[in-house]
Design a protein around this ligand. Sequence first.
Ligand code: SAM
Length: 298
Amino acid sequence: MIAGLALKQKAIPPKYFYDARGSRLFERICRLPEYYPTRAELALTRSSLPAIGRFCGRQGELIEYGSGSSLKTRLLLRRLRPARYVPVDIAAAALARAVARLEREFPWLEVRAVAGDFSRPLSIPAFGAGRRRVVYFPGSTIGNLTPEEAQAFLRMTRGQVGPRGRMLVGVDLKKDSRILHAAYNDAQGVTARFNLNLLARINRELGGSFDLRRFAHYAFYNAPLGRIEMHLVSLARQQVDVGAHRFAFAAGETIHTENSYKYSVAEFESLAAAGGFAARRLWLDRREQFALFGLGAA
Ligand SMILES: C[S@@+](CC[C@H](N)C(=O)[O-])C[C@H]1O[C@@H](n2cnc3c(N)ncnc32)[C@H](O)[C@@H]1O
């Protein structure tokens, strides 16, 4: 985090949003009227379950990256009846809560949680050879990666699933920028609180002196780059200390905190191909706002 604040365009990777409070705020975002992605993905998953089940097969191993509360996963667990479920998330507290609930709800399921960072090489504990692996990456978390990072991530998961494996990726599609703008600038200000919580976390965990009243949430759609950008904008000229480091902010200067890339179907198909996958299935919600891609080895 400190290194990012020393850059010319100050930037903090979005994985740091998810302390215990950040994870709770994200779950609230998912229920906001303006935040269509969760509802769209839930609806399309529910309506396409039989086909998703046929594509993935039963009794395999389900690995989920950025599993959060494992909300949509419940539908898959019932349909795929995997022999083992491996939720991977950087947010250890939220992961532990999710696992405790899953174990109560699915007593027949072996849950082997991995608290870790998927932007680095991660090893998934080995499991019965011969079982098909399915990697699940919902929630348009792939949009938080740059296309280059997304390609490297897909290459890693392609190695994990092997030639017979499958991957399911939830992708937010390009659309009217007013819908995108509303989704990241909700009327209740929950997304703003989620963004500003990053500064509260730095204050708490790294001895920072950010005054949260002197920063504001700022999110917009950058059409040429096809991404929502989320920033924290300094409302005044100010200096902030983080531990032994001092950072100067001009009025209006920002910390870039998140990208959320939006893809067309064709753009995502080429990204998948660059990662070693072929897009074999495509499931869309009724309004065609969100896509779930079924990938197999190219
Ligand atoms: C956009 S949320 C999606 C949550 C959930 N899968 C859904 O569909 O609603 C991103 C999730 O990925 C996790 N995450 C973000 N960056 C991560 C990283 N580098 N390594 C592991 N988990 C990460 C967050 O803690 C959070 O649970």
